[in-house]
Ligand binder design. Structure first.
Ligand code: GLN
Length: 475
């Protein structure tokens, strides 16, 4: 069925490379045989899983949707890909994205824009980004689930625009070995699926410690985190926090409606609602757009025409010619903008005013979250203040301020307007917290328009299972 859907939805441009149907069928059949013999490798044995094209595999090229990586193929598999294969999953192909993950609509791609399966009055809609290809592949059943990456919202935002579940686990839980770095201190592998149940299945397959990634949590830290989360969450009724700062003027009425309905639903099930304040949220977006480009300017320096992918003809003896020709032709506009921004904020003249200030804001954002969650942040080494009696288990807010815009309207937008989309997803990224976007029904009449809006659940660091449990209640 997935194979037929891949043909039917080819025009949405979700995939950059795909497995041959015959190979796909062969792999699925072998899994079927294992199942009948009672030898299934895992619940996802034989399931087609698509991989965002910034996570390396040996069987496909790895482009990151950038001209600069044209023709590049990795000599090894990312750890997450190995994990999925060991669990029996079939790697269905590599999905389209914003170049190196930079964008919110999957239109900054050298392979052309991804298109949502939805339209409005005949206008093509944004699939969200940067994991838009993975989201559309899942939404149109071209695969069972997909991996994306979420640096500042790139799994959650496309999930909200395409009516899928998008889960960003706590930073450091899933290995980044073989995940092409955009902004290392924020990059998180995330999961797109049609239900929280299938997202959890994929999460269980890839959530393992990995010494190849130095930021990946050790077994000892994992067991400490698990114990503290379990102790806290045995209780059945949740204390749900409603962050007041997320109720902004620009919020679309349909999104506010869905948010209120979700909260009412939870209350009707006996969970309690509590208004909370996260004052640093206001500055989170600006801090993110200083920190992420700073890391980009450093990470993208290695694409010089010598080590990876494309090489423009140029004289290597003449200093800088090969380098500038390769980079000048290889990078798209947004990548260049971020390299320039990052180089500026890291320069001696701007460093204190931008980079250091943004790091301070990042810390304030983390402290805001630590103040409202009942579960103490397990990464804090010093004893934090005991949580006050008003502390909550999870936070519930929208994933994005608006529903999916049309692709044509984006062309007229300034880069800063574009960045505004990430206002609700970036805070959890800066704090490294688990967050999931869940599709909640909206009562629209038109069938070609999205029928759902994305509602986001954010939890304390390491409380990933509770976040998924809460998601299954509201989905
Ligand atoms: N839209 C954000 C950015 O462009 C987030 C991207 C991401 O999470 N990879 O940086």
């Amino acid at each position: 069925r997935c194979i037929a859907n891949q043909e039917a939805h080819h025009a949405l441009n979700a995939f950059i490379s795909r497995l041959q149907p015959a190979q796909e069928l062969g792999a699925v059949k072998s899994a079927e045989e294992r199942r009948t013999a009672g030898k299934s490798r895992s619940p996802i044995d034989g399931k087609l899983v698509a991989i965002k094209d910034n996570i390396v595999t040996t069987s496909y090229s790895n482009t990151c949707a950038s001209g600069v990586l044209k023709g590049f193929r990795s000599p090894f598999n990312a750890s997450v890909v190995e994990r999925l294969k060991n669990a029996g999953a079939v790697i269905a192909g590599k999905t389209n994205l914003d170049e190196f993950g930079m964008g919110s609509h999957s239109i900054n791609s050298s392979f052309g824009a991804v298109k949502s399966q939805y339209s409005r009055n005949g206008h093509e809609l944004s699939a969200g980004g940067s994991s838009g290809g993975s989201a559309v592949a899942v939404a149109t059943s071209q695969c069972y689930a997909a991996l994306g990456t979420d640096t500042g919202g790139s799994v959650r935002l496309p999930a909200s625009y395409t009516g899928t579940v998008g889960f960003k686990p706590s930073y450091g839980l899933i290995s980044r070995w073989g995940v092409v770095a955009y902004a290392n201190s924020l990059d998180t592998v995330g999961i797109l699926a049609r239900t929280t149940h299938s997202a959890k299945q994929i999460f269980d397959a890839v959530n393992h410690s990995d010494t190849a990634d130095p930021t990946n949590l050790t077994l000892r830290t994992r067991s400490r985190i698990q114990k503290s989360a379990e102790r806290e969450n045995i209780k059945k009724k949740l204390r749900v926090g409603v962050p007041l700062e997320y109720n902004i003027e620009e919020l679309s009425p349909s999104i506010r409606r869905a948010w209120v309905r979700t909260l009412e639903h939870l209350q009707s099930l006996g969970h309690s609602l509590h208004a909370v304040s996260l004052p640093a949220t206001r500055h989170a977006l600006s801090a993110y757009y200083v920190l992420a480009p700073a890391e980009v300017s450093s990470n993208l320096a290695k694409y010089d025409g010598v080590r990876y992918g494309a090489r423009e003809p140029g004289d290597d003896n003449q200093e800088g010619v090969l380098f500038s020709a390769t980079r000048g032709n290889g990078f798209g506009d947004e990548a260049r903008r971020r390299i320039l921004l990052g180089s500026y904020t890291l320069s001696a003249a701007a460093f204190d005013n931008y980079f250091i200030k943004a790091q301070k804001i990042r810390r304030l954002v983390q402290q805001d979250f630590d103040r409202v969650f009942a579960l103490q942040n397990p990464l804090l080494t010093t004893d934090a203040q005991p949580p006050d009696s008003e502390a909550v288990d999870i936070l519930i807010c929208p994933t994005a301020p608006t529903i999916a815009p049309s692709i044509s309207s984006l062309k007229a937008q300034s880069p800063v307007d574009n960045y505004m989309n990430d206002v609700f997803t970036v805070p959890a990224s800066l704090a490294g917290l688990p967050a999931v976007s869940v599709p909640v029904h909206d009562n629209t009449e038109s069938s070609s328009e999205p029928e759902t809006v994305g509602i986001q659940i954010i939890g304390q660091y390491g409380d990933d299972n509770l976040v998924l449990r809460a998601a299954s209640i509201i989905e």
